[in-house]
Design a protein around this ligand. Structure first.
Ligand code: CO
Length: 360
């Protein structure tokens, strides 16, 4: 039996800034191998696994991204501080006062994004926000050569947020980094586990993509590698259930089940597929949430645009505090998302797939 909770903790703790997903890829590959007939990487590092169906049968593609928002070393200052480039969409204020791990060729180097002490600030200065270009990481180096020669820090080295995932106060909430999109990866692995003994009338591809946070790059290449008939993208959703965010901005709630995106700035879901997922959720009595977002981009958009176009929907695990060191998901939502995607897959057959692909 797959232990989804420990899988989630392991995935969250793995370092995988965009373009440097190796640790995550190793975990996902090991988890998927027992469930699939083949597994390979494409030219940018996305992991493409296949559970074979009959020859010439439709291809269902599940996707989730391995990368997380991180940083990259820009240069080391003469006094040994690290200036960096953002990988993905950080709020500058979320970057400050945090622990980071610089992934060097000599090993992991721990550092902190120091924040200027308020003791020296005027009342005016205390109200100001800190700009990204003023930020730095302190690794306790004596100077530039100490950082470079002793610690092995080089321009271009990736930097991952450092925090250990844990259950929050014996609730079903799990606190950790990178639920975007390690939650989606756990759902994908959970689904492949649940269908492992099924003889399906189509092929299922479980694809773990790279470089989503910097422009859906891995989803682009892997969609062309697979050429799916139907795409189900598995993502972290946007919860709107805490103080300071409004229902207008985001409608998902933690603990209330998986959600589907009805609009984000990268994609509209296929309407047949939307109705199919809603109907399937109803049939298995599983609560389903909806989210209409003005912003956000996700890998499903690349699947949708590949070749002549593909019916795609984005299915999510509601998440609070995305793109920060400490985000929250609910274990029950992960389990429900697995049940929903499993039920969708078990209900599909080649004629339903044909129907989903047709327009009147
Ligand atoms: Co994401």
């Amino acid at each position: 039996m797959l232990d989804i909770e420990s899988l989630l903790l392991k995935l969250s703790n793995a370092r995988g800034p965009s373009g440097f997903e190796s640790e995550v890829r190793q975990i996902v590959r090991k988890a998927l191998v027992p469930y699939v007939d083949s597994i390979e990487t494409d030219g940018v590092g996305s992991l493409i696994s296949l559970k074979n169906g009959p020859s010439n049968s439709p291809k269902i593609m599940l996707s989730a991204h391995m990368d997380e928002v991180g940083l990259l070393v820009r240069y080391v200052t003469s006094d040994g501080f690290i200036k960096f480039q953002n990988l993905g969409g950080w709020l500058d204020q979320a970057v400050i006062g945090q622990r980071w791990e610089i992934m060097t060729s000599k090993g992991i180097v721990l550092g902190v994004t120091g924040i200027k002490t308020p003791h020296v600030m005027s009342a005016d200065e205390r109200g100001k926000i800190f700009k990204g270009e003023s930020l730095f990481i302190d690794v306790g180096a004596k100077d530039k050569s100490d950082a470079e020669d002793r610690l092995g820090i080089k321009p271009g080295d990736p930097i991952a947020p450092f925090v250990k995932a844990e259950k929050l106060n014996e609730s079903d909430f799990i606190l950790g980094k990178a639920w975007d999109d390690r939650a989606g990866l756990a759902v994908m692995i959970g689904v492949m586990d649940s269908i492992k003994d099924k003889d399906l009338p189509f092929s299922v591809y479980a694809v773990a993509t790279v470089q989503e946070e910097i422009g859906l790059r891995g989803a682009h290449t892997s969609s062309y590698a697979v050429h799916p008939d139907i795409g189900l993208n598995l993502e972290s959703g946007v919860a709107g259930d805490y103080p300071s965010i409004s229902q207008y901005e985001a409608q998902e709630k933690l603990g209330a089940g998986p959600a589907i995106f009805l609009h984000d700035s990268s994609m509209l879901p296929n309407l047949n597929l939307r109705d199919f997922v809603i109907e399937t959720a109803n049939e298995i009595d599983l609560p389903l949430q909806f989210n209409v977002l003005s912003g956000y981009g996700q890998d499903g958009a690349e699947m949708q645009k590949a070749f002549q176009g593909t019916p795609v929907i984005n299915i999510t695990v509601p998440t609070r505090y995305l793109h920060s060191h400490n985000s929250l998901i609910n274990l029950k939502d992960v389990e429900s998302a697995i049940k929903l995607v499993e039920a969708c897959i078990l209900k599909l057959d080649p004629s339903i797939v044909e129907g989903l692909k047709s327009f009147d």
